[in-house]
Design a protein around this ligand. Sequence first.
Ligand code: COA
Length: 379
Amino acid sequence: MAADISGSGGRTLRSETSAKVAAGVSREAVEERGVRDAVGTTGEHNCVRLAAECDREFVHALFDQALSDHYDGDHVAHADRVLDTHLNGGVDRNGHFSLLQRMFVLTDGRNQLGLVHLVHKRQGTVKISPLIVHPTARRSGTGGRMLLDAAERFARELGARQLYCTVAETNDSALGFFRHHGFVLAGSAFEQYKRGVCELILYKELRRSRERPGQGALTVRPLADADVPALSSLVLSAFDPVCEGLGADWVDALVAAYRRRHIADVNVKYKDVRVAVDGGGQVRGVAAAGPKKGGAVKVMPLCASDAAALSELLVLLPHYACPSGGRMYSHQPPDSMVSRVMQQHGWQVEALLPGAYRDDHCMVQWSLRVPPSSAQALC
Ligand SMILES: CC(C)(COP(=O)(O)OP(=O)(O)OC[C@H]1O[C@@H](n2cnc3c(N)ncnc32)[C@H](O)[C@@H]1OP(=O)(O)O)[C@@H](O)C(=O)NCCC(=O)NCCS
């Protein structure tokens, strides 16, 4: 059962803010705004407030109970360290990237129900470290969400670009929770925090608009003759800077491979070429998929002028290029827009290829395993 906190109360935000404002430190004033706006997230009965000394026992118990299965180390010492940092103004004197640390507690007015500890990093991100709901309060549809809402508001008010966390691969509930709330898998690190356990790295973009630039809705359709000049300029502008030896002959070979696609024989190296076209008729993306002997599908070139067009191609690729399921892969420049969109669609980095396409450039091999059922879903 969660510890009783009635009576002692948390340190009020007002007194903390006043102290900081009185000190006249502008960065702290901005940070306090983040704290202020993250606090007071009220549900019907529950609310989120700043952690206080009276929460120590609860914080010890929750860290120890929730983290032992997934992480090595002394969780009570860890709890003391982060709570002390929070109570002492949020500055971690030994931290290298930490600017401000805050812990929030979820309560129903009498009992603590959960906590989130947040670290504002100097590089403009906020780390959730950790977010825990008391076992008796889980799956109510509000506990975890209220703490995550508070974390997101805190991060947004500080102008952070992204919120991130790491979750053990064995921690299905936390993984499901963060994925459900739009966190994207960046990758994994084996034995990062516990022997034999793989830690997954997840992030959520806070600043990026989901609106699609350009004219109107995008359509993905097979390449038409009239698209060839636009395709040529798109693929050459995307790949020429990162790949030696490209030119009109490479584009001609691609179009020829498309024209023999009806042969449907892996040995003739045909390509199924689709373009993403907007409402104004502009070609904004190209994906050329061709089967390989082992059964994988190579998508090369795959490029787009913007994230929306690349995203549209990636949504449809499994359905037309890999309809029975299997593996697709592609080589891409190490570009942040491309990486972000590939990860949003579940693609993972398989290899780094320095010098493979150009001596002074490194290409990234991405792949996606397509389950048979998901590939057929749109058909
Ligand atoms: C992960 C955890 C915080 C979720 O808390 P919770 O209180 O059960 O979550 P909620 O009931 O508030 O759920 C909020 C939303 O997430 C969804 N959700 C929760 N768990 C989910 C899961 N495993 N898979 C998919 N969705 C999930 C709910 O359906 C709900 O959806 P809605 O907002 O659309 O209604 C909780 O399980 C926990 O404390 N786990 C242990 C702590 C931990 O390991 N933390 C990881 C280190 S950061």
